[in-house]
Write a protein that binds this ligand. Structure first.
Ligand code: 0O2
Length: 281
Protein backbone atom coordinates (compact mmCIF):
# COMPACT_ATOMS: atom_id res chain seq x y z
CA UNK A 1 0.00 0.00 0.00
CA UNK A 2 1.41 3.39 -0.81
CA UNK A 3 0.28 6.92 -0.21
CA UNK A 4 2.19 9.23 -2.47
CA UNK A 5 5.62 7.65 -2.72
CA UNK A 6 5.69 6.01 0.68
CA UNK A 7 5.19 2.33 1.28
CA UNK A 8 2.68 1.72 4.06
CA UNK A 9 3.59 -1.94 4.46
CA UNK A 10 6.82 -0.67 5.99
CA UNK A 11 4.97 0.94 8.90
CA UNK A 12 4.99 -0.60 12.33
CA UNK A 13 1.32 -0.63 13.32
CA UNK A 14 2.13 -1.48 16.94
CA UNK A 15 3.59 2.01 17.12
CA UNK A 16 0.05 3.38 16.86
CA UNK A 17 -1.08 4.32 20.34
CA UNK A 18 -3.63 6.61 21.90
CA UNK A 19 -0.91 9.19 21.72
CA UNK A 20 -1.32 9.20 17.98
CA UNK A 21 -4.67 10.83 18.46
CA UNK A 22 -2.84 13.97 19.45
CA UNK A 23 -1.61 14.09 15.85
CA UNK A 24 -4.51 16.35 15.11
CA UNK A 25 -2.86 19.08 17.12
CA UNK A 26 0.78 18.75 16.20
CA UNK A 27 2.52 21.13 13.89
CA UNK A 28 5.19 20.12 11.37
CA UNK A 29 3.52 16.78 10.84
CA UNK A 30 5.36 14.37 8.57
CA UNK A 31 3.91 12.33 5.74
CA UNK A 32 4.68 9.18 7.73
CA UNK A 33 2.64 10.42 10.68
CA UNK A 34 -0.33 11.18 8.44
CA UNK A 35 -0.06 7.68 7.02
CA UNK A 36 -0.03 6.27 10.54
CA UNK A 37 -3.12 8.27 11.35
CA UNK A 38 -4.89 6.84 8.30
CA UNK A 39 -3.75 3.31 9.15
CA UNK A 40 -5.07 3.77 12.66
CA UNK A 41 -8.44 4.87 11.31
CA UNK A 42 -8.55 2.14 8.66
CA UNK A 43 -8.91 4.77 5.93
CA UNK A 44 -5.81 4.14 3.86
CA UNK A 45 -7.63 2.73 0.86
CA UNK A 46 -10.36 5.34 0.98
CA UNK A 47 -7.70 8.05 1.01
CA UNK A 48 -5.87 6.49 -1.92
CA UNK A 49 -9.09 6.25 -3.93
CA UNK A 50 -9.91 9.88 -3.18
CA UNK A 51 -6.45 11.03 -4.31
CA UNK A 52 -6.68 8.88 -7.44
CA UNK A 53 -9.95 10.60 -8.35
CA UNK A 54 -8.42 14.05 -7.93
CA UNK A 55 -5.52 12.94 -10.10
CA UNK A 56 -7.96 11.82 -12.82
CA UNK A 57 -9.74 15.18 -12.60
CA UNK A 58 -6.38 16.89 -13.13
CA UNK A 59 -5.83 14.87 -16.28
CA UNK A 60 -9.27 15.94 -17.56
CA UNK A 61 -8.60 19.63 -16.98
CA UNK A 62 -5.07 19.53 -18.36
CA UNK A 63 -6.42 17.89 -21.50
CA UNK A 64 -9.05 20.62 -21.87
CA UNK A 65 -6.37 23.32 -21.62
CA UNK A 66 -4.03 21.50 -23.98
CA UNK A 67 -6.81 21.20 -26.57
CA UNK A 68 -7.45 24.97 -26.32
CA UNK A 69 -3.74 25.60 -26.64
CA UNK A 70 -3.47 23.53 -29.81
CA UNK A 71 -6.48 25.14 -31.44
CA UNK A 72 -5.54 28.72 -30.56
CA UNK A 73 -1.88 28.23 -31.53
CA UNK A 74 -3.02 27.24 -35.02
CA UNK A 75 -5.61 30.00 -35.32
CA UNK A 76 -3.53 32.87 -33.99
CA UNK A 77 -0.07 31.70 -34.86
CA UNK A 78 1.07 32.08 -31.27
CA UNK A 79 0.91 30.02 -28.13
CA UNK A 80 -1.47 31.50 -25.51
CA UNK A 81 0.03 29.28 -22.80
CA UNK A 82 3.65 29.46 -21.78
CA UNK A 83 3.26 26.32 -19.70
CA UNK A 84 0.70 24.24 -17.84
CA UNK A 85 1.68 22.76 -14.49
CA UNK A 86 -0.39 20.53 -12.28
CA UNK A 87 -0.10 18.81 -8.96
CA UNK A 88 -2.14 16.89 -6.42
CA UNK A 89 -1.72 18.48 -3.00
CA UNK A 90 0.48 16.43 -0.68
CA UNK A 91 -1.09 14.89 2.45
CA UNK A 92 1.09 17.18 4.62
CA UNK A 93 -0.06 20.27 2.75
CA UNK A 94 -3.71 19.12 3.03
CA UNK A 95 -3.28 18.56 6.75
CA UNK A 96 -1.68 21.99 7.22
CA UNK A 97 -4.35 23.79 5.21
CA UNK A 98 -7.12 22.21 7.30
CA UNK A 99 -5.22 23.16 10.43
CA UNK A 100 -4.87 26.78 9.26
CA UNK A 101 -8.62 26.84 8.74
CA UNK A 102 -9.17 25.32 12.21
CA UNK A 103 -10.84 22.21 10.77
CA UNK A 104 -10.02 18.67 11.98
CA UNK A 105 -8.31 16.29 9.58
CA UNK A 106 -10.87 13.85 8.17
CA UNK A 107 -11.71 12.58 4.70
CA UNK A 108 -15.11 14.31 4.78
CA UNK A 109 -13.52 17.63 5.77
CA UNK A 110 -10.88 17.33 3.06
CA UNK A 111 -13.57 16.92 0.38
CA UNK A 112 -15.78 19.62 1.81
CA UNK A 113 -13.28 22.30 2.76
CA UNK A 114 -10.23 21.98 0.51
CA UNK A 115 -10.89 23.04 -3.06
CA UNK A 116 -7.35 22.88 -4.41
CA UNK A 117 -6.37 19.25 -3.84
CA UNK A 118 -6.23 19.05 -7.61
CA UNK A 119 -4.52 22.20 -8.82
CA UNK A 120 -3.63 23.32 -12.32
CA UNK A 121 -1.51 26.39 -12.97
CA UNK A 122 -1.81 27.82 -16.46
CA UNK A 123 0.94 30.30 -17.22
CA UNK A 124 -0.18 32.61 -20.00
CA UNK A 125 1.69 35.03 -22.20
CA UNK A 126 -0.51 38.11 -21.70
CA UNK A 127 -3.17 39.32 -19.26
CA UNK A 128 -5.92 39.36 -21.91
CA UNK A 129 -5.09 35.71 -22.77
CA UNK A 130 -5.93 34.82 -19.17
CA UNK A 131 -9.50 36.12 -19.41
CA UNK A 132 -10.01 34.71 -22.91
CA UNK A 133 -8.81 31.22 -21.88
CA UNK A 134 -10.77 31.26 -18.62
CA UNK A 135 -13.91 32.14 -20.60
CA UNK A 136 -13.28 29.26 -23.03
CA UNK A 137 -13.00 26.84 -20.09
CA UNK A 138 -16.02 28.26 -18.24
CA UNK A 139 -18.37 27.81 -21.18
CA UNK A 140 -17.61 24.11 -21.73
CA UNK A 141 -20.81 22.23 -20.96
CA UNK A 142 -19.22 19.65 -18.64
CA UNK A 143 -17.56 22.33 -16.50
CA UNK A 144 -19.35 23.76 -13.46
CA UNK A 145 -17.84 26.95 -12.15
CA UNK A 146 -18.14 26.93 -8.35
CA UNK A 147 -16.07 29.98 -7.47
CA UNK A 148 -14.18 32.63 -9.40
CA UNK A 149 -11.60 34.78 -7.59
CA UNK A 150 -10.18 37.58 -9.67
CA UNK A 151 -7.01 38.59 -7.86
CA UNK A 152 -5.89 40.40 -11.01
CA UNK A 153 -8.58 43.09 -10.86
CA UNK A 154 -8.44 43.10 -7.07
CA UNK A 155 -5.01 41.86 -5.94
CA UNK A 156 -4.56 40.37 -2.48
CA UNK A 157 -3.04 42.63 0.18
CA UNK A 158 0.25 40.80 -0.32
CA UNK A 159 0.30 41.99 -3.95
CA UNK A 160 -0.58 38.48 -5.22
CA UNK A 161 -2.22 38.48 -8.64
CA UNK A 162 -3.82 35.53 -10.45
CA UNK A 163 -7.22 34.48 -11.67
CA UNK A 164 -8.52 31.47 -9.75
CA UNK A 165 -11.37 29.27 -10.93
CA UNK A 166 -12.65 26.49 -8.76
CA UNK A 167 -14.46 24.21 -11.14
CA UNK A 168 -16.08 20.80 -11.05
CA UNK A 169 -15.48 18.31 -13.85
CA UNK A 170 -16.83 14.79 -14.31
CA UNK A 171 -14.59 11.75 -14.17
CA UNK A 172 -15.92 8.46 -15.49
CA UNK A 173 -14.95 5.36 -13.51
CA UNK A 174 -15.89 1.73 -14.24
CA UNK A 175 -19.40 2.05 -12.84
CA UNK A 176 -19.85 5.62 -11.75
CA UNK A 177 -19.47 9.21 -12.77
CA UNK A 178 -18.22 11.64 -10.16
CA UNK A 179 -17.89 15.41 -10.18
CA UNK A 180 -14.49 16.46 -8.83
CA UNK A 181 -13.24 19.89 -7.76
CA UNK A 182 -10.17 21.36 -9.44
CA UNK A 183 -8.61 24.76 -8.83
CA UNK A 184 -7.22 26.42 -11.94
CA UNK A 185 -4.87 29.33 -11.39
CA UNK A 186 -4.27 31.51 -14.44
CA UNK A 187 -1.21 33.77 -14.29
CA UNK A 188 1.16 35.58 -16.61
CA UNK A 189 4.85 34.69 -16.55
CA UNK A 190 5.51 37.86 -14.55
CA UNK A 191 2.77 37.08 -11.99
CA UNK A 192 4.12 33.56 -11.64
CA UNK A 193 7.67 34.83 -11.21
CA UNK A 194 6.51 37.08 -8.34
CA UNK A 195 4.26 34.47 -6.69
CA UNK A 196 6.87 31.72 -6.82
CA UNK A 197 9.58 33.86 -5.26
CA UNK A 198 7.21 35.35 -2.70
CA UNK A 199 6.02 31.86 -1.77
CA UNK A 200 9.61 30.77 -1.21
CA UNK A 201 10.57 33.85 0.76
CA UNK A 202 7.62 34.73 2.87
CA UNK A 203 4.27 33.07 2.25
CA UNK A 204 3.08 31.27 5.41
CA UNK A 205 6.37 31.94 7.25
CA UNK A 206 6.92 33.97 10.38
CA UNK A 207 9.82 36.34 9.88
CA UNK A 208 11.34 39.37 11.55
CA UNK A 209 10.53 42.80 10.05
CA UNK A 210 7.67 41.14 8.19
CA UNK A 211 5.96 44.48 7.64
CA UNK A 212 8.90 46.02 5.76
CA UNK A 213 9.34 42.89 3.68
CA UNK A 214 5.63 42.89 2.87
CA UNK A 215 5.82 46.51 1.69
CA UNK A 216 8.76 45.69 -0.57
CA UNK A 217 7.01 42.64 -1.97
CA UNK A 218 3.87 44.67 -2.60
CA UNK A 219 5.94 47.32 -4.35
CA UNK A 220 7.59 44.67 -6.54
CA UNK A 221 4.16 43.27 -7.39
CA UNK A 222 3.11 46.71 -8.65
CA UNK A 223 6.19 46.91 -10.85
CA UNK A 224 5.40 43.47 -12.22
CA UNK A 225 1.86 44.60 -12.97
CA UNK A 226 3.15 47.60 -14.92
CA UNK A 227 5.48 45.32 -16.84
CA UNK A 228 2.57 43.03 -17.79
CA UNK A 229 0.51 46.00 -18.99
CA UNK A 230 3.42 47.30 -20.99
CA UNK A 231 4.12 43.95 -22.66
CA UNK A 232 0.46 43.72 -23.61
CA UNK A 233 0.52 47.24 -25.07
CA UNK A 234 3.60 46.31 -27.12
CA UNK A 235 1.86 43.19 -28.42
CA UNK A 236 -1.22 45.23 -29.31
CA UNK A 237 0.96 47.69 -31.25
CA UNK A 238 2.67 44.83 -33.06
CA UNK A 239 -0.72 43.23 -33.86
CA UNK A 240 -1.99 46.56 -35.17
CA UNK A 241 1.20 47.12 -37.16
CA UNK A 242 1.57 50.43 -35.30
CA UNK A 243 5.14 51.31 -34.31
CA UNK A 244 4.15 54.72 -32.98
CA UNK A 245 5.83 55.50 -29.65
CA UNK A 246 2.86 57.55 -28.46
CA UNK A 247 0.70 54.56 -27.66
CA UNK A 248 3.28 53.58 -25.04
CA UNK A 249 3.01 56.79 -23.05
CA UNK A 250 2.86 55.87 -19.33
CA UNK A 251 -0.46 56.18 -17.57
CA UNK A 252 -0.85 58.51 -14.60
CA UNK A 253 -0.63 55.49 -12.29
CA UNK A 254 2.63 54.38 -13.95
CA UNK A 255 4.13 57.85 -13.73
CA UNK A 256 3.24 58.01 -10.03
CA UNK A 257 4.76 54.57 -9.41
CA UNK A 258 7.91 55.45 -11.27
CA UNK A 259 8.42 58.69 -9.32
CA UNK A 260 7.86 56.68 -6.12
CA UNK A 261 10.55 54.24 -7.29
CA UNK A 262 12.97 57.12 -7.87
CA UNK A 263 12.19 58.46 -4.40
CA UNK A 264 12.88 55.06 -2.80
CA UNK A 265 16.15 54.71 -4.72
CA UNK A 266 17.14 58.29 -3.71
CA UNK A 267 16.42 57.52 -0.03
CA UNK A 268 18.41 54.28 -0.22
CA UNK A 269 21.42 56.07 -1.76
CA UNK A 270 21.32 58.75 0.98
CA UNK A 271 21.08 56.07 3.69
CA UNK A 272 24.01 54.17 2.18
CA UNK A 273 26.11 57.36 1.96
CA UNK A 274 25.33 58.20 5.59
CA UNK A 275 26.25 54.66 6.69
CA UNK A 276 29.55 54.86 4.75
CA UNK A 277 30.37 58.26 6.33
CA UNK A 278 29.62 56.91 9.81
CA UNK A 279 31.94 53.95 9.17
CA UNK A 280 34.79 56.29 8.13
CA UNK A 281 34.54 58.31 11.39
P1 0O2 B 1 -0.01 26.23 -1.86
O1 0O2 B 1 1.13 25.77 -1.03
O2 0O2 B 1 0.43 27.08 -3.02
O3 0O2 B 1 -0.92 25.12 -2.31
P2 0O2 B 1 -9.46 28.18 -0.46
O4 0O2 B 1 -8.35 27.45 -1.23
O5 0O2 B 1 -10.38 28.97 -1.33
O6 0O2 B 1 -10.19 27.27 0.49
P3 0O2 B 1 -7.55 30.08 0.33
O7 0O2 B 1 -6.31 29.29 0.51
O8 0O2 B 1 -7.69 31.27 1.23
O9 0O2 B 1 -8.80 29.19 0.54
O10 0O2 B 1 -7.71 30.52 -1.17
P4 0O2 B 1 -6.84 31.54 -1.98
O11 0O2 B 1 -6.51 32.72 -1.18
O12 0O2 B 1 -7.58 31.75 -3.24
O13 0O2 B 1 -5.46 30.78 -2.21
C1 0O2 B 1 -5.36 29.58 -2.87
C2 0O2 B 1 -3.97 29.43 -3.42
O14 0O2 B 1 -3.56 30.63 -4.12
C3 0O2 B 1 -2.88 29.22 -2.40
O15 0O2 B 1 -2.86 27.86 -2.06
C4 0O2 B 1 -1.64 29.67 -3.17
O16 0O2 B 1 -1.24 28.71 -4.12
C5 0O2 B 1 -2.17 30.87 -3.93
N1 0O2 B 1 -2.02 32.10 -3.13
C6 0O2 B 1 -2.99 32.78 -2.51
N2 0O2 B 1 -2.51 33.89 -1.91
C7 0O2 B 1 -1.18 33.92 -2.16
C8 0O2 B 1 -0.12 34.85 -1.84
O17 0O2 B 1 -0.31 35.88 -1.19
N3 0O2 B 1 1.13 34.52 -2.31
C9 0O2 B 1 1.38 33.40 -3.05
N4 0O2 B 1 2.63 33.19 -3.46
N5 0O2 B 1 0.40 32.52 -3.37
C10 0O2 B 1 -0.86 32.77 -2.93
P5 0O2 B 1 -2.29 27.38 -0.65
O18 0O2 B 1 -2.89 26.06 -0.34
O19 0O2 B 1 -2.50 28.44 0.38
O20 0O2 B 1 -0.77 27.21 -0.87
Amino acid sequence: MAIGNLDLTMLDRSYMTEEQKSLLNISNISQKEIEQLLVMRGQVQQFQIMMMKYDCALTEVRTKLEVLNKELSLKNNRNPFESIKSRVKTPVSIYEKLKRKGIPFSLENIEEHISDIAGVRAICSFVDDIYMLADCLKKQDDVNVLVEKDYISIPKDSGYRSLHLIIEVPIFLTDEKEMMKVEVQFRTIAMDFWASLEHKMKYKKDIENAELISEDLKFSADLINQLDRRMQQIRERIDAGDGSPYSLRPTEEEEKASSETMEIIRREIIAEQKAAEKKKK
